[in-house]
Design a protein around this ligand. Sequence first.
Ligand SMILES: Nc1ncnc2c1ncn2[C@@H]1O[C@H](COP(=O)(O)O)[C@@H](OP(=O)(O)O)[C@H]1O
Ligand SMILES: [Mg+2]
Ligand SMILES: [Mg+2]
Ligand SMILES: [Mg+2]
Length: 404
Amino acid sequence: MSTGISPLARVLSRFLLFSTLILALSVVFKARSRLSLLYPSFITPPPTYHTTMSYTQERYIAELAVQRASILTQKVFFEKAKGTVSKDDKSPVTIGDFGAQALIIQAIRKNFPNDDIVAEEEASSLREDKALSAEIWRLVKDIKLDDAESDNILGGPLASEESMLDIIDEGKSAGGAKGRVWALDPIDGTKGFLRGGQYAVCLGLIVDGDVKVGAIGTPNLPVDDAATIDASTGAQQADSSANGVLFSAVLGEGATSRPLATGALAAAKPISMRPVADIAHSVFCEGVEAGHSAQGDNAAVAERLGITAPSVRLDSQAKYCSIARGAGDIYLRLPVKKDYQEKIWDHAAGDLIVREAGGQVTDIYGNRLDFSKGRTLAANKGVVAAPAAFQDQVIDAVKVVLKL
Ligand SMILES: Nc1ncnc2c1ncn2[C@@H]1O[C@H](COP(=O)(O)O)[C@@H](OP(=O)(O)O)[C@H]1O
Ligand SMILES: [Mg+2]
Ligand SMILES: [Mg+2]
Ligand SMILES: [Mg+2]
């Protein structure tokens, strides 16, 4: 049966419908583009403004994580659980190094799961040494901050011995010039730690090759920023016996120190390098270990600068922290071995803390440390840190002594 509509009428009506649709669409587009001249936001999404990131959360997590790991290192020291294994670079690796690395990586993973991590230690030797692994787990499993909320923020206790080993191995990133990379030295100055001297728990955040955040725990430095330095023991001497400091910095926002606490963070105060009128009256820091510290060359540089005060010898990034709060003025780390490449975890946090406290940090040629080259500072040799106004003068002396 016929419907009464001819095929021609059907084609015509479809054509009409189609052209009405096209017309309607063009009217809408015209109106939108006109409107967008007056109210761009009507069409275009509002522009996103890239303000300077404050890294508040990163600083907070770094400080808390370093604080919790420092509690472990102290526990390990006081229990005298000094089991060590040998590593390729012959530096002792202790229970504290592995345990602190696991605790800090867990905190980073919990809060910033997509970030890369470059950490000093790896778990392969532990997987072969079941007794050492079990001993580390015994000490790590109960470590927590007194403040439950803060501890929760870090992810609470680790789940198991096996997951602890896996977490330790999450610090194997290659680093480089792109993205967010945490540089972690769970115990810097392991030899100082074993001697009961200075050591530091160090964590830095590098974004696109630039250090943005640094946090360092120094459990054996006096809380008092103004404590005097005893050159013979290489440590600051405080009137009170309160030890344990947490330093931190964010690029462009200054450096602070606060007492290392066992729960929530203690109150922080700003720190800065002390004013130096004449470089000859300054004090310089250097490493204790002759294998890392060219003490003869350092002394020759000091002599050229007219410095007569004896050097202060400290292990670890406690040297950066000390000059950043005015306990000493210059840090000299001239190369001992020609081919040695400094590791990024030995410098990232300290470099930023000193610069934010009014200092300058360069290599022996006067070039800024370049954290974009991977796991090492492949583009630099040695380290020289000094009050910014005197950096050139110190570098000139270094160049003469090292015949650069
Ligand atoms: N030949 C060398 N030159 C410079 N630094 C070296 C070195 N051999 C090892 N180191 C590094 O020196 C760090 C200690 O520095 P300092 O002597 O200032 O305390 C060690 O960190 P760890 O103790 O974390 O292994 C290690 O990475
Ligand atoms: Mg080491
Ligand atoms: Mg180190
Ligand atoms: Mg270390």
